[in-house]
Write a protein that binds this ligand. Structure first.
Ligand SMILES: Nc1ncnc2c1ncn2[C@@H]1O[C@H](COP(=O)(O)OP(=O)(O)O)[C@@H](O)[C@H]1O
Ligand SMILES: [Mg+2]
Length: 363
């Protein structure tokens, strides 16, 4: 799995038994070599590339994913024979799930991964859900349901990656799971600290915590139409990107310090997540955070404060480290696909029916 933050490829080694129990055996993030990072950034952020270049980056990323998997297997003294399959999400280059020709494009060539590893690879998870009328996203809620739901309480899982998505897990099996992208996760915070301090991210949210949220600017940012859009909905860096930040900042004429801007971006992130939880999951008293945002102490504190009547913790309390939930989800989705089982939740994506996700690239 490599998410919108472009912070690296998360590889998890997972095991599922017949009774559907789940075990996380090993996990590691492999960072991108600088040249590949710049190329991916160029594709996603600047959207400037030739078709030849796109084809080459697809192969380069496939090779990196394949070799990363081989590395983790060697560490565990395992070989291809020990592994049933790889589930590879790849890197989203463009996500456009609405309009006359909806699509979502991930790269990281799965044929190359199957060839390098000698392991059957399942990829292209989003396309079939979109073909069935869905958003193709988020896909992790089905895994959240399988792993984290409880008959004793309604639960909320929040994945704070580059983009944030929430999953509302009702205790009653008769009630549908709801899930959608709330909007920005770390993307605005990463952008602003990169521009101002040339850092990849705001460690623990310390810089945001040093500033003051500007209420006037916050109000303006909340005007974004996506926040008011009805569900099902999903988004990405096609909307919440450098351009979005620059235009919203340009509209704001009042003098404001760069730390206050970071604090305001953090508040917007926490508030949009909290507002959606209040709107869709008022009955739930337990909120579990995963994704890199779980390490942002300021963001976590703001969520705890905005959701004061709920218990806010991380998925560690449910037995899975917040860093690996999303990658585990794609191994689980591969497991579903190989077992001829559906992987999407129509109540989440808006698809007309459940579908078996992905394409299988045999070893
Ligand atoms: N210690 C930390 N303090 C603050 N933010 C962090 C920390 N560790 C990770 N992050 C944030 O998490 C992001 C990566 O989260 P991740 O869940 O991998 O997102 P994605 O799925 O988009 O790749 C980083 O870009 C960074 O913003
Ligand atoms: Mg990541």
């Amino acid at each position: 799995m490599s998410g919108t933050s472009l912070d690296g490829i998360d590889v998890t080694l997972t095991s599922f038994s017949e009774s559907d129990t789940f075990q996380l055996v090993n996990a590691r993030t492999f960072s991108f070599p600088k040249a590949l990072y710049n190329q991916l950034q160029g594709l996603i952020v600047n959207q400037t590339s030739t078709l030849e270049n796109l084809g080459q980056i697809d192969i380069a990323l496939g090779r990196l994913i394949g070799s990363s998997i081989n590395t983790i297997l060697a560490e565990q003294q395992l070989t291809a024979k020990d592994i049933t399959a790889i589930g590879s999400h790849g890197q989203t280059i463009f996500h456009s799930p609405v309009g006359e020709y909806p699509f979502s494009l991930q790269i990281g060539d799965a044929s190359v991964i199957a060839e390098i590893t000698g392991i059957t690879t399942i990829a292209d998870f989003r396309q079939r859900d979109i073909a069935a009328g869905g958003q193709g996203a988020p896909l992790v809620p089905a895994f959240h349901q399988a792993l984290f739901s409880s008959p004793n309480e309604d639960r909320v899982i929040v994945n704070i990656g580059g983009i944030s998505n929430i999953t509302l897990l009702p205790s009653s099996a008769n009630q549908p799971v709801i899930g959608f992208d709330t909007g920005p996760g770390n993307v605005l915070l990463d952008y602003w600290i990169k521009v101002q301090q040339n850092k990849a991210y705001d460690h623990s949210g310390e810089w945001a915590a040093s500033g003051q949220c500007n209420q006037k600017m916050l109000k303006q940012l909340l005007d974004e139409a996506y926040f008011k859009q009805a569900i099902p909905k999903s988004t990405g860096r096609e909307l919440f990107n450098q351009y979005w930040c620059e235009t919203t900042l340009a509209r704001f004429t009042q003098e404001i310090s760069s730390a206050d801007i970071q604090a305001t971006f953090a508040e917007l992130t926490a508030l949009t997540i909290a507002n959606d939880i209040k709107a869709y999951a008022e009955s739930s008293n337990s909120v579990f955070i995963c994704g890199g945002g779980a390490h942002n102490i300021h963001l976590m504190n703001r969520l705890k404060s905005l959701l004061a009547d709920k218990k806010v913790s991380t998925t560690m309390d449910l037995g899975v480290s917040p860093d690996w939930v999303e990658a585990c989800a794609f191994s689980w989705l591969a497991y579903r696909t190989l077992g001829n089982k559906t992987g999407n939740l129509p109540s989440v994506t808006g698809a007309k029916h459940p579908v078996i996700l992905g394409a299988i690239y045999p070893a």
